[in-house]
Design a protein around this ligand. Sequence first.
Ligand code: SAM
Length: 264
Amino acid sequence: MRIDICTLFPDSVDAMLNVSILGRAQERGYITIQSHQIRDYTTNKQMQVDDYPYGGGRGAVMQADPLYRCWDHIRQTYGPGRTIFLSPCGRTFTQDVARELKEKYDHLILVCGHYEGVDQRFLDECVDEEISMGDFVLTGGEIPAMAVCDAVCRMVPGVLPEEECFQEESHWDHLLEYPQYSRPAEWHGRKVPEVLLSGHHANVAAWRRKESYKRTIRRRPDMFAQFDQSKLTTKADRKILRQALEELEAEEASGAEQPKEMET
Ligand SMILES: C[S@@+](CC[C@H](N)C(=O)[O-])C[C@H]1O[C@@H](n2cnc3c(N)ncnc32)[C@H](O)[C@@H]1O
């Protein structure tokens, strides 16, 4: 997977994406992430990349030409890629979108806007799709671009030690992950669930699955509605879901103090 990022702030992007797991994956050649300074593609002495908006109004708009030159350089040098503009007007980014990008493309070009945004003519001519981080507005597309990079790259084979590392995590199957615990076995009077200390792998797996169902149903019933129950092919699988539902019902009926994950 190759990802090129067009930005006015390459240092911020590099500082985040060249370290830790993604930094090591780049050193080992599993992924390549390269940021490109849009200002380097200006043709004026001041290296100006933005100007006032036609029609009036506050702020500045990023001009089409420096962006186009930057984008064109990337395509001429590294080949065509799927061009994505990070924008609050795009489709919302989710794990499914990240999977789709990872599965369909081996080269992404991410374009980060700033100020009031980007001249629409660049978007019309060069961009394949717009992706949003959510219903809020940030000052620039750098944080969204880093999020897309991270979510996509961690699913590229070799980046994490095993596929299970991300396939058992929240959002993979429209489920949230079970609660995690580490040492010590008791902290501030709070004990780790007994089953996790038992060393019984099958029981641990069943408990985790059950807790994953319970947490998802409590916190994200909308997401649980998308969970594909036809994947529960064995009796044992179906029994775990039944137990989760029974436990939730019993907790509700008893009016017992709700666990943290029930608070919204
Ligand atoms: C201040 S914003 C511009 C917002 C724009 N004037 C509007 O109202 O839609 C500057 C840049 O930050 C990025 N950005 C801001 N919020 C974002 C979000 N929720 N998702 C993705 N990118 C975002 C985009 O690249 C955008 O061009």
